[in-house]
Design a protein. Structure first.
Ligand SMILES: [Zn+2]
Length: 241
């Protein structure tokens, strides 16, 4: 049986690597300085480099089922995503965190259909999105889309429980972005906190907001942001969406 993976590795080394060799050399000599932490679903159809046009050294990437953020609850276990958030913010000092879910997400669909008994870790993991579930037995496409989007906002809110994230967001040194990628349209819908909804990037004036507006070097620091954040949480909670 031909070893397709070996063929691909050789093709990368011979054909693709030379195109980026100088860039990789710089990234080794100078170290990596990515400005964006991208938390995305593991789904194979979500390709962060294609969406953002990013090259080597630009994205600090962490992916998991359904693009979920574990709670910052004082426990220090084998939380890979939490570790990546801590490293990205504290060591790399990223300026943006993107939480990117997508249409047709199997993880989100499993909130309604359950997961195999042999997957207790998956079942526990998906509890991180349980609050996004809507009270219907048979979710149609619209319910699933809304659930996917609600889950993204939940993760943005949970990010704000990380002290190093909250501190930097409040100091306008870090911005949060909620993205919902619609695979079949090739369009990212970005979360707009002012509208309390997701807006297609083609019609949006920004690349998405978290609970707070994006950091801008000359922007004054918000004082009332806690208020708007909490108002948003209330209006989009599980009982009102
Ligand atoms: Zn997914």
């Amino acid at each position: 049986m031909p070893d397709d993976l070996l063929h691909r590795l050789r093709r990368f080394h011979d054909d693709a690597f030379p195109l980026y060799e100088q860039r990789f050399k710089e990234l080794v000599d100078d170290g990596q300085h990515p400005t964006t932490l991208f938390i995305g679903c593991s789904d194979s159809r979500l390709v962060p480099y294609l969406l953002t046009g990013a090259g080597p050294g630009e994205l600090f990437l962490v992916r998991n089922v359904a693009a979920l953020v574990p709670p910052y609850d004082g426990s220090a276990g084998y939380h890979g995503t939490a570790a990546a958030i801590e490293f990205g913010v504290l060591a790399l000092d990223v300026q943006r965190i993107i939480v990117c879910g997508h249409s047709h997400c199997g993880g989100i669909r499993a909130l309604y259909g359950g997961v195999p008994e042999a997957a207790p870790n998956l079942a526990a993991w998906l509890e991180l999105a349980a609050e996004a579930r809507l009270p219907v037995a048979e979710p149609g496409p619209e319910v699933l889309r809304r659930t996917e989007q609600r889950a993204i906002v939940l993760q943005l809110e949970r990010l704000m429980d990380y002290p190093m994230v909250r501190e930097r967001v409040e100091a306008a040194r870090l911005s949060l972005h909620g993205w919902h990628y619609v695979i079949e349209d090739g369009e990212v819908h970005v979360f707009d906190v002012q509208r309390g909804s997701f807006v297609p990037a083609s019609r949006s004036e920004h690349s998405g907001t978290g609970p707070y507006r994006p950091a801008e070097p000359e922007a004054p620091i918000f004082n009332e942001i806690d208020g708007s954040y909490r108002r948003y949480t209330a209006s989009c909670g599980p009982t009102s969406a």
